[in-house]
Write a protein that binds this ligand. Structure first.
Ligand SMILES: [Zn+2]
Length: 483
């Protein structure tokens, strides 16, 4: 019965909400150098100050926690729910066409500007949900606490600081993701491995291997330099690889670029082998075609002279077989009904005549743990003669589908949108990762690319109003309403 009233309230306050969001977006709140009393620099502190001003204007009594975060209680009753959003942004970047990043404009029902969808708009959607409840005279039995941080984009130290000074509410949501909600954030294992090599003069041999830019990106290119094998002799092996794996291989005699320090005579007999595949985010490596593991498979198939480097390269290829995106080569291809399959991808690898080393990205399903994953991986490396960095595993984050929080949020989502959708499992971590009984919920729609973190970031006003409706409905259900 409140549904129509809340919608009408939000429609009546649409322009005011847009103005509040614009005021926040006009502040460049990307992290800069720390200053006295401003742990993330001037911009994030200014955004928190503006957040306080807006909350005070609406009758809240916000508290600023040393410019890490601000909070505001709704009714000071027994605390039931934390709502975590953030007022910092990623840097403006290049390529804006609709407007300047910090000069927000509304065009065709969209607000453009840095931070509109991540996360200043969603923060205000939560605020207006509370305002609608209050101004319609609805009494919540328990309290909602709004927490707005200033360091989500650079490691979430804001929230760590805040919760050192405050205890948690029994439940938490963060409107900094997608609807309907994220109930699983996979665990992680990012490990490097190394081996020392004995230089060998025996030919043919691989002189060097180079691939990868970032540990969370499946490499689109991988390059090796081979010595003692002609282009003609390499061609059939490369053609076979191209046919089997769908990559392309370019061969260049002389290898002028990677071995530019070599004198002319030494360059002779060198061939550069460049494999091109397709890049992808490490959270979904199956969307790409890993050039690095393809190159390693190619090398393992060549008739090279025996040496420690050839032996170790073959071992790396066996541990990270091409097309294995789930850790089978390392014996950790776990999966479970709740969170699906573990993903694992070798994303960085380098070799020269004396050493080799690599880095992989593993997103672990919730059934993967220290014993059945981390320890297994490290044992495989040790057995194969590699050293590793012995890093601990990042724990997965999970709130059961059957929990009151998840059930209620899904119910509210369906009630307002008419859509029935399954909660999402993702490979990354959100603002509530590690917060017990916390889920990321809204305000994005998976079918709309809002250019988050890119140029021309926008948020759809209607989407925010609908988000506020969903939040209002959920707040009333989770906190209870006085009759
Ligand atoms: Zn965000």
């Amino acid at each position: 019965m409140y549904k129509e009233k809340i919608r009408a309230y939000l429609d009546a306050h649409r322009e005011e909400m847009i103005e509040d969001i614009k005021a926040l977006v006009r502040i460049d709140s990307a992290r800069t150098e720390a200053k006295e009393g401003m742990p993330f620099g001037e911009g994030p502190a200014a955004a928190l100050a503006e957040g306080c001003r807006i909350l005070e204007k609406h009758g809240f009594a916000p508290v600023n926690y040393d410019n890490y975060a601000i909070d505001a209680r709704y009714n000071n009753k027994e605390l039931q729910l934390d709502v975590l959003a953030h007022l910092d942004v990623v840097p403006a970047g290049e390529g804006w066409t609709v407007t300047e990043p910090f000069e927000p404009v509304v065009i065709d029902g969209k607000i453009y500007g840095r931070g509109t969808c991540d996360d200043k708009g969603p923060a205000m959607a939560a605020v207006y949900a509370l305002l609608a409840i209050r101004d319609l005279g609805i009494e919540l039995k328990k309290d909602v606490r709004l927490i707005l941080g200033a360091d989500e984009e650079c490691g979430s130290s804001d929230i760590d600081y805040y919760f050192k000074k405050n205890s948690h509410a029994p439940m938490a949501i963060s409107p900094d993701a997608e609807f309907p909600l994220i109930f699983i954030e996979k665990g992680s294992l990012h490990t490097s491995f190394e081996a020392t090599l004995t230089p060998s003069e025996a030919l043919p041999k691989v002189v060097s291997v180079k691939s990868g830019l970032k540990v969370n990106v499946v490499p689109a290119k991988a390059e090796a330099v081979v010595k003692g094998m002609s282009v003609e002799k390499l061609v059939p092996y490369c053609q076979k690889l191209e046919k089997e794996l769908g990559v392309t291989v370019e061969l260049t005699a002389g290898s002028p670029e990677t071995e530019s320090s070599l004198a002319g005579a030494e360059k002779r007999g060198l061939v550069s082998v460049l494999v091109k595949g397709t890049s992808a985010h490490a959270a979904s490596p199956m969307d790409g075609n890993n050039a690095l593991t393809a190159l390693l498979q190619l090398i393992a198939s060549l008739p090279l002279a025996e040496s420690s480097s050839f032996e170790m390269l073959r071992k790396v290829s066996r541990l990270f077989p091409h097309g294995d995106y789930h850790g089978a080569g390392l014996g950790v291809n776990h999966e479970d009904e709740i969170s699906g399959k573990l993903t694992l991808t070798l994303d960085i690898f380098n070799m020269d005549e004396t050493k080799l080393g690599g880095l992989f990205d593993c997103r672990a399903c919730i059934s993967a743990n220290d014993e059945n994953t981390r320890q297994v991986v490290y044992r495989r490396f040790e057995e194969a003669g590699f050293t590793h960095d012995n890093r601990p595993m990042g724990k997965p984050h999970y709130v059961p589908k059957e929990s009151e929080l998840v059930r209620t949020l899904l119910e509210s989502y369906t009630k307002i949108t008419g859509r029935v959708e399954e909660p999402l499992a993702i490979g990354g971590g959100t603002y509530v990762h590690g917060i017990e009984n916390g889920v990321a919920c809204g305000c994005g729609d998976l079918n709309v690319d809002t250019h988050m973190h890119g140029p021309d970031e926008f948020v759809i006003v209607e989407q925010l109003l609908m988000s506020a409706e969903i939040f209002a409905d959920a707040f009333m259900k989770l906190c209870g309403v006085e009759e």
